[in-house]
Design a protein around this ligand. Structure first.
Ligand SMILES: [Zn+2]
Length: 113
């Protein structure tokens, strides 16, 4: 599963962060996942416990913020959310847009002590 390898990637980043800052415990981690990225938040939530099993992050809480996938119509310049309308502009009915947001995958916040 794609998400599992991403989980391990996130954990590697966490380990570096913890080592650099001499931390002993990570309370929670917040990920920003764009609606249009290939990542599925529910899968991430499901595979995270398996990925952190036996590591110092066993009790770390995973928070996920979903960023809506927005596009701007190339024909009438309207901004709209892409997924609910399958990419079709609600104003002029064309399917010709630039993606503005929604492809992100970031670690937004790490809460540690
Ligand atoms: Zn349009």
């Amino acid at each position: 599963m794609h998400e599992l390898s991403v989980c391990f990637e996130v954990i590697r980043t966490l380990q570096v962060f913890v080592a650099e800052n001499n931390l002993t415990k990570v309370e929670s981690i917040t990920l920003e996942i764009g609606e249009l990225s290939s990542m599925i938040p529910n899968y991430m939530q499901e595979c995270f416990p398996a990925a952190v099993d036996g590591t110092m992050f066993e009790n770390t809480k995973l928070e996920i913020e979903v960023i809506p996938g927005l596009g701007r119509c190339n024909s009438c310049s309207k901004m709209y959310q892409l997924l609910p309308v399958n990419g079709v502009c609600p104003q002029c009915g064309k399917k010709d847009f630039d993606v503005i947001s929604g492809t992100e995958f970031n670690i937004k916040e790490i809460v540690a002590c």
